[in-house]
Design a protein around this ligand. Structure first.
Ligand code: AMP
Length: 397
């Protein structure tokens, strides 16, 4: 069982809180998208409004274990100050005497942000000494960084060994609630939509999800490996040759299980990988040599929208096409719109992070679905049924 920070007695306590401030930056070093900072605010407020001190820690980018001004969290401290309308104290190193001194001098209601954890190689090595140093900056521990919960690092796992009291932040709790209910006790029918480009990264998820879902809709680049498994030509579409056999086994397995594995019926093909390519809509059986599929077709969009509309729960991971090209974004947009429409009639709609989350936000739909996961990799591993080290570490024995 995991306890929520809202159940913790935080008054007068320093709450060492792992957040996910791994925000994308513009070339000039400014923040390109502050969603992750905004998402952490309920947890921070829950701590400071009840008289605690929020000592925040995060990684950003890949500084490879060394200090690098380009990845300093100073810029995040400034943005967070604006969002909270309160001065956020920036701590120039995440461990050491100065950090300990700043934390010791803090008062109830203060917010401190430690410098990038990954300026120390020990963070990703889950180093015990480094974990202990971090632990000295808090009386109790809270993890609100779902996006890194699938990694056993010092700030997500090692540090927890030094605390008696550990809690999940409000965002983490929300993720566990929606993703957990989707796999353990879903409102049925449970529909899973799998798209994107990497079949190798998602094949295990499809296999696990076949056991619990009622329908699986396939789209995006991965559909072509399935089409090849059915014996169709796919032109120069993306295919993972070494996964054709596996796709074929999945198709056979789906027939013996009580799950509908649904493939597109039509596809938008192009004569080059470009938004301005010549394109046409064809049946999945008519992809000619020299052409590649870059989106599901309108008939498929309609079919998938209908399945989504009649679902109790929908979990979506991976775009239906190359949505970054406006001419091939229609399938992804219509699935996103169907998710929004289904939400209004009571369907639980969950977007599983990564590129599908980016697509939903590009269409302005992020607040009109039930839940958009903040962790692409973590949500996939969770859906696969794997336990996440950062969550296991919060479990009470
Ligand atoms: P993933 O990381 O597996 O979720 O893949 C996301 C990427 O898949 C996006 O950048 C899409 O542009 C890409 N994608 C989706 N459909 C296709 C397709 N038919 N061909 C090539 N790439 C695709």
């Amino acid at each position: 069982m995991v306890l929520s920070i809202s159940e913790a007695n935080v008054s007068g306590k320093k709450v060492l809180t792992r957040v996910d401030f791994n925000v994308p930056l513009n070339d000039d070093g400014s923040i390109a998208d502050d969603t992750r900072i905004v998402e952490s605010i309920p947890t921070i407020l829950s701590i400071i409004e009840r008289g605690g001190v929020a000592v925040l820690m995060s990684h950003m980018g890949r500084p490879k274990g060394k200090p690098n001004a380009k990845y300093s969290l100073d810029v995040v401290a400034k943005r967070l100050s604006v969002l909270l309308d309160e001065h956020v104290q920036f701590v120039p190193d995440c461990i050491g005497a100065d950090a300990r001194q700043m934390v010791a001098a803090s008062k109830s209601g203060d917010v401190l942000l430690l410098e990038n954890l990954r300026f120390h190689a020990e963070e990703e090595l889950n180093d015990e000494y480094f974990s202990k140093e971090l632990s000295e900056l808090g009386d109790i521990y809270c993890n609100d960084a779902f996006g890194t919960a699938h990694r056993a690092h010092s700030s997500t796992v090692g540090v927890t060994h030094f605390f008696n009291e550990k809690f999940a932040g409000l965002l983490m709790q929300r993720e566990l609630k929606y993703l957990g209910e989707a796999i353990v006790n879903p409102k049925r029918p449970l529909v899973i939509i799998v798209g994107g480009s990497k079949i190798s990264g998602k094949i295990d998820v499809i296999t696990s999800l076949m056991k619990i879902s009622d329908s699986i809709l396939i789209g995006g680049g991965m559909m072509f490996t399935f089409l090849r498994a059915l014996g169709y030509s796919t032109g120069s579409s993306l295919v993972e040759e070494d996964k054709i056999q596996l796709a074929s086994e999945i198709l056979t397995q789906a027939k013996t299980m009580d799950v509908k594995l649904i493939l597109p019926t039509d596809v938008s093909i192009a004569n080059s990988f470009s938004n301005d390519a010549d394109s046409k809509i064809v049946s999945i059986t008519e992809i000619e040599d020299g052409w590649m599929g870059l989106d599901i077709g309108p008939e498929t969009s309609k079919l998938y929208s209908e399945v989504i509309k009649n679902a109790g729960t929908v979990v979506w991971n991976g775009p239906m096409g190359v949505f970054e090209f406006s001419n091939f974004s229609h399938g992804t947009r219509s699935v996103s719109q169907a998710m929004v429409d289904a939400t209004t009639t009571g369907t639980i709609t969950i977007v599983g992070g990564g590129d599908s989350a980016a697509a939903v936000s590009q269409f302005g739909h992020q607040t009109n679905v039930t839940h958009v996961s903040t962790g692409g990799g973590a949500s996939l591993e969770f859906l696969e049924g794997k336990s996440l080290p950062g969550v296991t570490a919060l479990n009470l024995e």
